[in-house]
Design a protein around this ligand. Structure first.
Ligand code: ADP
Length: 655
């Protein structure tokens, strides 16, 4: 019977075993791993939200500190405006008076300084001649005279009239130098506009009339430049009036002044608030962002008594100063500052779990909505690393579980195979016993019942009886020995013997045993000594087992050759038969206990499957090896290789 054949029930059992040992724990592990990953992700999200909240707090604190310090400086009565950074302006306000540093930063002022207007009295004569008498040359004459006045206001009034009359009489080109003269007068207003500004505007008007586009362009550009340089502090209406005209003359080439306008609008707002012109009380210190035509300006103020000092910063200043500070404080988060109030400010970022935190102006007291965001890359990388580690760990555990279950299944298989082998062994051993016992019983009956036996016959029967007894004895001894070997209690007493002599004795004894089996048992050994350190009884048993197998597994060719050889270091004992042989695949297996090849069973040869296991055990105890070479159908050669004894003393006398 093939010892390795599996029954269908066994396969089902293995499947159940696999299910419980591998699939179930593996599925549990995968489930736990996925849960762990989910928790990890949630945790990372929560952590990110915390990091973001803290970054937002830091940004708000940095900005509040900065603005607080600025407000404190501004509310100090001894504070004087210093040079303002680009795109910003310092403003000092008292009711009716607003001063800006630098003055060019503001497009216009909430209130323009009042300049002296020319008095009316000196000009009544001109007016009379010009309008009532319609005597224009006379009026021109008087105005020319008055233009020489030492009083700049009178001079300005006279020049304006002179130019007007010249235009009336069609001498437009002559009016040009008159306006040039007026352009040198400062500190005087004509209809609330500075006289020099009026003069330069009028020159442009005249040049347009005279169709001198190049001159017009040149003068308009110069006027625009002076206007932008803050030469004339104008109110909003005047500024828009002049601006509109310059736009017309210069067309699209005129550079927009959105920043100066937005700063002016912010300062205007603050002035209106401070003078109570608008609703609501202005707090003594504060900050506020205002957007004009899409340009945001932040105005920060502090007051001391009637005096209000302010700082207004445009978009560029916001980015270079405040945003930069907030960004530094909020690292690793990103910050942006939006004009307050921001419509999105009411949304709660923590609730949505998004990586954005918005702090409204109402919450922070800052003039902006502070928006803090956290890029997901840093966390994503960390999370990915952890995920990979977790998966690797999971994989390792799965491999371990698989390996563990493989070993469990294998050892179970082995155990089952062993159980089967043991059962086969008991059956085989029972058979082995039955044969000599049956022989004994039969010869007993013969000896008892047949009275007329010749002494010759009696002798033969007795001999057969003693052979059967001997066989039983050998069997029992062999089993006992095997039991002792298995338990590790078989003592070996090695002594220096002559291997050749031992082989000769065993072969002789064995020949007696198998007489009648018609075997050609040859033994060849060179003369001389074959010294080995051996336990004679054990070594004899090993050789006996090999000889026994050679007989059992020989078929038609009943030849057995025993040979003993030697080298410098080894002594070899070979047993060769011409029997059924052993396939290369089975040659290792046959040394395992209880293993019997199917061929042995098929031939009907009895055996217990422990013979070769014993041989190997004995040979190993002698620090030797056992080899087999065989070919199916050709026979086998078993060779015991033992180390040569180094003992120089003569061999033990009983051998
Ligand atoms: P057994 O009691 O069955 O002979 P052994 O351990 O001595 O047990 O041998 C194990 C198996 O090895 C045998 O059952 C047989 O199949 C095979 N075997 C042993 N010796 C030989 C041999 N000389 N020729 C062929 N097969 C052999």
């Amino acid at each position: 019977m093939d010892t390795m054949t599996r029954r269908p029930g066994t396969r089902r059992g293995l499947l159940i075993l696999f299910g419980t040992v591998v699939a179930l724990p593996a599925a549990t592990l995968v489930f736990l791993g996925v849960r762990l990953l989910q928790q990890d992700r949630d945790l990372a999200r929560q952590r990110r939200a915390e990091v973001l909240e803290q970054a937002s707090d830091r940004a708000v604190r940095a900005l509040a500190d900065d603005l607080g310090a600025l407000q404190k400086r501004l509310s100090d009565p001894s504070w004087r405006p210093t040079e303002a950074p680009p795109d910003s302006v310092y403003v000092l306000m008292t009711p009716g008076d607003v001063r800006a540093t630098p003055s060019s930063a503001l497009a216009y002022y909430p209130v323009a300084p009042r300049l002296r207007e020319p008095p009316a009295a000196p000009f009544t004569e001109i007016e009379g001649a010009e309008f009532k008498e319609q005597a224009l040359p006379k009026a021109l004459e008087i105005s020319r005279k008055l233009a020489g006045s030492a009083d700049p206001a009178v001079r300005a009034g006279a020049l304006v009239r002179q130019a007007r009359i010249l235009r009336k009489v069609g001498r437009t080109a002559d009016a040009l130098p008159v306006y040039s003269a007026l352009a040198t007068v400062t500190g005087v207003a004509i209809n609330e506009l500075p006289a020099d500004l009026v003069a330069r505007r009028m020159r442009c008007v005249l040049l347009e009339e005279l169709a001198r586009p190049d001159d017009l362009r040149r003068e308009a550009v110069a006027l625009d430049a002076d206007l932008r340089a803050g030469r004339w502090p104008l109110d909003q209406v005047s500024h828009e009036y002049i601006s509109a005209q310059l736009d017309e003359w210069l067309g699209p080439a005129r550079r927009p002044d959105a920043n100066a306008k937005a700063l002016a609008a912010a300062v205007d707002w603050l002035y209106q608030q401070s003078t109570g012109a608008a609703d609501g009380e202005l707090s003594p210190n504060g900050a506020r962002s205002l957007t004009t035509d899409g340009t945001m300006v932040t105005v920060v103020w502090g007051s001391a008594g009637q005096r209000l000092a302010a700082f207004a910063g445009g978009q560029e200043h916001l980015e270079k100063e405040w945003l930069e500070k907030a960004r530094k404080a909020a690292i690793p988060a990103e910050v942006s500052l939006l004009a307050a109030p921001d419509p999105g400010a009411s949304r709660s970022p923590a609730a949505t779990g998004a990586a954005v935190v918005r702090r409204s102006a109402a919450d922070t007291g800052l003039p902006w909505t502070v928006v803090t965001t956290l890029g997901s890359e840093i966390d994503a990388a960390r999370l990915e690393g952890r995920r990979r580690m977790l998966l690797a760990g999971l994989g390792a555990v799965l491999v371990l579980v698989a390996a563990g279950s493989y070993f469990v299944v294998r050892s179970r298989n082995r155990e089952m195979a062993l159980t089967r082998l043991q059962a086969d062994f008991i059956a085989a051993v029972s058979h082995e016993f039955r044969t000599p016992l049956t022989a004994l019983r039969q010869f007993n009956v013969l000896l008892e019942e047949a009275d007329d036996l010749t002494p010759e016959k009696q002798r033969i029967y007795h001999q057969a009886q003693s052979r059967a007894t001997e066989r039983l004895h050998r069997l029992v001894e062999s089993l006992l020995d095997f039991g002792r070997m298995e338990a590790g209690r078989r003592p070996y007493t090695l002594q220096r013997i002559d291997g050749g002599a031992l082989v000769g004795d065993v072969v002789h004894e064995f020949r007696e045993e198998i007489q009648g089996h018609l075997f050609d048992l040859r033994c060849s050994l060179e003369p001389g000594e074959y010294p080995v350190d051996a336990d004679p009884e054990a070594l004899a048993r090993a050789l006996w087992n090999l000889l026994d197998n050679a007989v059992k597994y020989s078929a038609a060719r009943r030849e057995i050759d025993v040979s003993v050889g030697r080298t410098d270091t080894e002594v070899t004992i070979s047993v060769r038969d011409r029997g059924i042989g052993i396939s290369a695949g089975d040659q290792k297996r046959i040394f395992q206990k209880f293993v019997r090849l199917p061929a042995a069973g098929a031939q009907g040869v009895k055996g217990s499957g422990i013979g070769l296991a014993m041989v190997q055990h004995i040979v190993a105890a002698h620090r030797g090896t056992i080899r087999v070479t065989s070919e199916v159908g050709e026979g086998s050669t078993f060779t015991i290789v033992l180390p040569k004894s180094r003992d120089q003393r003569p061999v033990a006398s009983d051998q």
